[in-house]
Ligand binder design. Structure first.
Ligand SMILES: Cc1cc2nc3c(=O)[nH]c(=O)nc-3n(C[C@H](O)[C@H](O)[C@H](O)COP(=O)(O)OP(=O)(O)OC[C@H]3O[C@@H](n4cnc5c(N)ncnc54)[C@H](O)[C@@H]3O)c2cc1C
Length: 427
């Protein structure tokens, strides 16, 4: 089998060199086999290896090939839902643990990067969750109050403050969480792979898991050239989940998200956009997210076509939107446009499953998995080592396929188009 090339991203052109991960070609017997070499799989392997547990990662392409090497690079604290909502949904005890975990994921990730000295342009300049209409601003202000009540380093910013921070008067309110930040996603994925391997994990590229079945008290994973026998298995395939485990594919909707990047901007233009370099994502009908990287490039992300793209012209609306926010961008060169797939769950919470003994599944970060998957890896590792279910600060739930799953792609496309129309109308 030949390795699929990486999507034609800015990251593929600028990342640190990958560590060699040749295909698995001899049978292996291990403690833990991990399917999927994104942040979830690699972080779990690293945390297992730190404890001296023998782990192998089987990756169909190369580490970071999926969402992990192609995302917006925002490290965002928290979950999609408000803290109060989380406690209402899961009760005070688990709810509180989920909140502490989810809002702690960015510090966890940036600490890990420092500890392993992963060269990935990581910064912690804060995350802005911004609103451009009254109803969303009111909702964000409520979220901010809930976070402040819980002692988090969060503030609510008004239109004037946002004009200063973003160089546009599009936003009427935003929550600033100083724990947020950004990084170079592919360099981070490659650094995580390198760290896991130095700690003793084995990572194999071009090694898709073709089938998974019980073999006595162990698990047997077939790959194109070799068989892996493992005591325990973690499935970490997120938006690329296939039919390895029955019905798992139908528990998520794999959605493409796209990014367009400019050439490095002049210092003056870059400063006029976001002088203090936080990252920003909009709360609205259609989520747009952006940041200015360390080379002064603007990276503008959002929903795009539900197919692979190759150039910024495939997401021309992102460029138009950027020019609408900052007219000084007219005439700058847009050099890259790419996308990848993430996994959305029906309830917009990340999902952890244990459908059989010694099998763990973690997927569905709903577009905010950079820090979350990294931190989740440490918890998954503890559970795989034999820790109790409470090692994981998320509910461990049954596999429940989304009703009418086959119709979701149509629904998603319609929602994206409707959102784009509403955005164009500015409502
Ligand atoms: C365009 C885009 C922008 C995003 N922006 C942000 C952001 O700014 N901030 C944020 O927090 N999150 C963001 N996300 C989400 C974030 O990237 C993901 O939540 C995170 O990377 C998920 O990591 P993962 O390891 O679970 O999955 P992935 O990185 O997708 O890894 C899954 C891997 O499994 C492999 N695989 C699948 N099936 C098999 C098999 N049978 N055998 C072997 N290997 C297999 C795939 O090849 C893939 O490499 C974004 C996602 C996208 C697509």
């Amino acid at each position: 089998m030949t390795r699929l090339p990486l999507p034609p991203s800015l990251y593929a052109d600028t990342a640190v060199a990958p560590v060699a991960t040749p295909p698995l070609d001899v049978d292996r017997s291990v403690s833990v086999a991990i399917v999927g070499g994104g942040y979830t799989g690699l972080s779990t392997a690293l945390h297992l290896a730190e404890q001296g547990v023998e782990a192998v990662v089987l990756e169909a392409q190369e580490p970071g090939w999926g969402a992990s090497g192609n995302n917006g690079g925002h490290t965002n604290p928290g979950l999609k839902h408000d803290p109060d909502q989380i406690e209402a949904d899961f009760g005070a005890e688990l709810g509180r643990r989920m909140i502490a975990f989810a809002y702690g994921t960015t510090n966890f990730t940036h600490d890990l990067i420092r500890r392993y000295q992963i060269p990935c342009e990581a910064r912690q300049n804060g995350t802005l969750r911004a609103a451009y209409n009254e109803s969303t601003a009111a909702a964000i202000e409520k979220t901010a109050q809930q976070c402040i009540r819980r002692g988090m380093p969060v503030s609510y910013l008004n239109r004037e403050q946002l004009r200063e921070m973003t160089g546009t008067d599009r936003y009427i309110g935003a929550m600033l969480d100083t724990r947020g930040g950004d990084l170079h996603p592919l360099s981070y994925a490659r650094g995580l792979a390198r760290a896991a391997m130095s700690a003793g994990a084995k990572v194999f590229g071009e090694t898709p898991a073709l089938s998974l079945r019980r073999d006595g008290s162990r698990w047997r994973i077939e790959t194109p050239r070799a068989i892996v026998h493992a005591d325990k298995v973690l499935l970490a395939t997120n938006g690329f989940t296939d039919d390895l485990w029955p019905a798992l594919r139908r528990t998520i909707v794999p959605v493409f998200s796209s990014i367009a990047a400019t050439a490095p901007l002049s210092d003056a233009i870059a400063r006029s956009i976001m002088p203090t370099r936080p990252v920003l994502y909009e709360s609205g009908h259609i989520t747009v997210y952006y940041r200015v990287d360390q080379q002064n490039r603007l990276l503008m992300g959002g929903r795009g076509p539900m197919r692979w793209i190759k150039s910024p012209h495939d997401v021309a609306y992102l460029m138009r939107y950027a020019e609408r926010l900052w007219p000084q961008l007219k005439g700058v060169a847009w050099t890259h446009g790419w996308n990848s797939r993430l996994a959305i769950t029906g309830d917009h919470y990340p999902h952890v499953h244990e459908p059989a003994e010694s099998i763990l599944i973690s997927l569905g970060c709903n577009g905010r998995g950079v820090a979350l998957s990294t931190a989740m890896g440490a918890q998954l590792a503890r559970r795989l080592i034999g820790g109790t279910r409470t090692e994981i600060d998320m509910p461990i739930t049954g596999i429940k396929p989304i009703p009418l799953h086959a119709f979701w792609p149509v629904g998603v496309t319609t929602a994206v188009i409707a959102g784009r129309v509403r955005d164009r109308l500015g409502i």
